[in-house]
Design a binder for this molecule. Structure first.
Ligand SMILES: Cc1ncc(COP(=O)(O)O)c(C=O)c1O
Length: 377
């Protein structure tokens, strides 16, 4: 055991030395500018009660699925839910996964075969990168949102080609030029996959539906752990794709199915989403309010984003860490994102806005931030 324990200690020591050591922290009572609970669903008493009611009206449901979907773990409720969600997003079919991570892993690793090509925007989420890595396909990444870079990789593609992007990027909060990227992938006969994890909530049905592109996109990944305040994900696409994933996606096949109460929570969250026009308007208003009030001066940059994810690039780990500390001391839960998670020189604080943040909270946050920026300019 000794060599292995030494290896662990050395690796952790390296993290501590470089200031990138990660540790779990208990919940806090600071004002939430950190979570993905964009519409307040995770904290909604109304949603909680409707989930309890839904579970109560299914007294025969099991506490746990007690098997994978392909063995004893499948229930009609899950299949009905898949159809409902697919219809909501105007998709032919959908397949539930236990998390967004599982969905991306299963989708990408099973689709692309040896000799095929996967092309990723350089800023896609780790679950997409891991899914691509698990396949035997050729892999390329293109410069973030850059057509020329994407086209140069499309020209290299062999076999079936899959291009994967996000509709709201989790670390920068920006949105790709979806129509143009789609047209480019169509020109090269590549299949476009869009991860909508952070777009749901800002757009009631995701950005793809907002732009009316659903019929032209090969697959979408929608997750339930962000604006829906729950857990799990669905891959949306054709019936063929659904059947393919049931047969080949290992993160779907070899895992216990989600328990009934998780499915009930997803179903109820979708019901609430259909009645969340006002929350979406509040979220959009708060995004505007925040952007109007923050002044990053000449040395720092507020990244261009119209989403709830707003990042101020502070150029170093030290500065990003210090800004987060100052904000936390002023009662705001804001976290720093350090290199190597983001590229060196682009270290930042990442502020997540919500429908439930008050105008007063937003103003105080902006004032505190502006003071910090002025002091360190
Ligand atoms: C773009 C994106 N896709 C997928 C995931 C993974 O989803 P989940 O948290 O449900 O595993 C995340 C989570 O942060 C994400 O940001």
């Amino acid at each position: 055991m000794k060599p292995v324990e030494d290896f662990l200690k050395n690796k952790l020591h390296g993290r501590q030395q470089s200031g990138t050591y990660r540790e779990l922290k208990p919940e806090n009572s600071l004002v939430d500018f950190c979570s993905n609970d964009y519409l307040g669903f995770a904290r909604s008493a109304v949603l909680k009660q409707s989930i309890v009611n839904e579970v109560d009206t299914h007294p025969l449901s099991l506490n746990g699925a007690a098997g994978s979907r392909l063995l004893s773990g499948n229930i009609q409720y899950a299949e009905d839910l898949e159809k409902q969600i697919a219809t909501y997003h105007d998709s032919e079919a959908g397949l539930l996964f236990n998390s967004g991570y599982d969905a991306n892993l299963g989708l990408l690793s099973s689709l692309a075969q040896r000799g095929d090509t996967i092309i990723l925007d350089e800023l896609v989420h780790a679950s997409i990168i891991d899914g691509a890595r698990l396949s035997y396909a050729n892999r390329y990444s293109f410069k973030h949102n850059d057509f020329d870079s994407l086209e140069s990789k499309l020209k290299l593609a062999k076999g079936n080609c899959y291009v994967v992007i996000e509709s709201v990027y989790s670390m920068d909060g920006d949105t790709p030029p979806l129509v143009e990227i789609l047209s480019l992938t169509e020109k090269y006969n590549a299949a476009l996959i869009v991860d909508e994890a952070h777009a749901l909530g800002l757009y009631a049905k995701g950005l793809v539906c907002e732009l009316g592109l659903q019929r032209r996109i090969f697959a979408r990944v929608v997750t339930f752990g962000k604006a829906l305040g729950g857990h799990g994900a669905i891959v949306l696409g054709s019936n063929n794709l659904r059947n393919y994933l049931i047969n080949f996606a290992r993160s779907f096949i070899y895992t216990t199915a989600a328990p009934f109460h998780q499915l009930a929570a997803i179903k109820m969250a979708y019901q609430l989403l259909e009645n969340s026009r006002e929350a979406i308007i509040s979220l959009k208003r708060n995004i505007e309010l925040f952007k109007q009030q923050v002044n990053t001066g000449e040395n720092f940059t507020l990244l261009n984003s119209n989403s709830p994810i707003q990042c101020i690039v502070l150029n170093s780990n030290e500065m990003a860490r210090e800004a987060a500390k100052q904000l936390q001391m002023n009662n705001f839960d804001v976290r720093s994102i350090l290199s190597p998670t983001v590229a060196q020189g682009t270290e930042r604080i990442r502020i997540c806005l919500h429908s439930f943040n008050t105008e007063n909270e937003l103003t105080l946050l902006a004032v505190t931030l502006n003071k910090f920026i002025l002091l360190h300019a």
